[in-house]
Design a protein around this ligand. Structure first.
Ligand code: CDP
Length: 227
């Protein structure tokens, strides 16, 4: 399929499989994939290591200045690095997951991440996933998708993912984390999670990757009149 140089913005609830879907769609269309959530997770790991967030998720205002020296970047194969160190594994832990939404609600953190996303977005032909890509980061993205799935399916996916990495989470903990993040993400003041009016909704509760890819191809063909 010959796709124009567009930005595809994918937003949605926690663990709806946005990143797997976005990565596969990008590979299929020859686009670059960018995971905005990884940057929020990277900032969270940094804040934890610098002790700028406490157990009650109170963020120390010194984080704003400290961000000036934070170097987060993606390798060519899409892994996140903090300076020379690959942090791809650490940012997916339940500890980081439990503190990322409070960090992502801080306006100067969003500003810092947005600057990076805009830089990446200048080149077009990208698929970017997150919570506010189609509403706030790239409101003019040519194609917006809003992903959702039942809570049960989402919790099971995240649980399996953590188990596969050798963690031993409790299913109740995983459910609690999803609920808390969805609540904070949808109710924060700056760029809350919501479906953009012009977003296509994808509920993948009962879909596999092949069906998802067939779905997006159909949407692209229809929207851009590609035969
Ligand atoms: O993979 P999952 O859907 O569980 O989350 P993620 O995409 O890795 O994002 C982690 C967290 O970062 C979210 O729960 C949000 O709090 C925050 N986030 C955000 O606020 N805005 C974005 N564009 C992306 C992520």
């Amino acid at each position: 399929m010959n796709i124009p140089d567009i930005i595809i913005a994918i937003d949605g609830y926690s663990s709806t499989g946005k990143s797997s879907f976005a990565r596969k769609a990008a590979a299929r269309f020859g686009f670059l994939y960018l995971d905005s959530g990884a940057l929020y997770r990277g900032v969270t790991l940094f804040a934890r290591e610098e002790m700028l967030i406490n157990r009650l998720n109170k963020v120390n205002p010194a984080l704003e200045k400290a961000l000036e020296n934070l170097d987060l970047h993606f390798s060519a194969d899409g892994r996140l690095f903090m300076g020379p160190r690959c942090i791809e594994q650490e940012i997916r832990s339940l500890e980081v997951s439990s503190q990322v939404s409070p960090i992502a609600a801080v306006p100067y953190v969003r500003h810092w991440v947005d600057d990076k996303l805009h830089e990446f977005g200048r080149r077009g032909r990208i698929v970017m996933d997150g919570r506010d890509i189609g509403t706030a980061v790239f409101p003019n993205a040519e194609l917006k998708i809003f992903m959702t799935a039942s809570e049960e399916v989402r919790a099971r996916r995240r649980y399996d993912e953590l188990c596969a990495k050798g963690e031993k989470p409790l299913l109740e903990e995983v459910v609690k984390n999803l609920r808390e993040r969805d609540y904070i993400d949808s109710h924060r003041e700056t760029a809350p999670l919501r479906r953009a009016d012009d977003a296509f909704v994808l509920d993948n509760s009962e879909m596999g990757f092949d069906e998802e890819l067939a779905w997006i191809q159909g949407v692209i063909q229809g929207k851009f009149s590609i035969l």
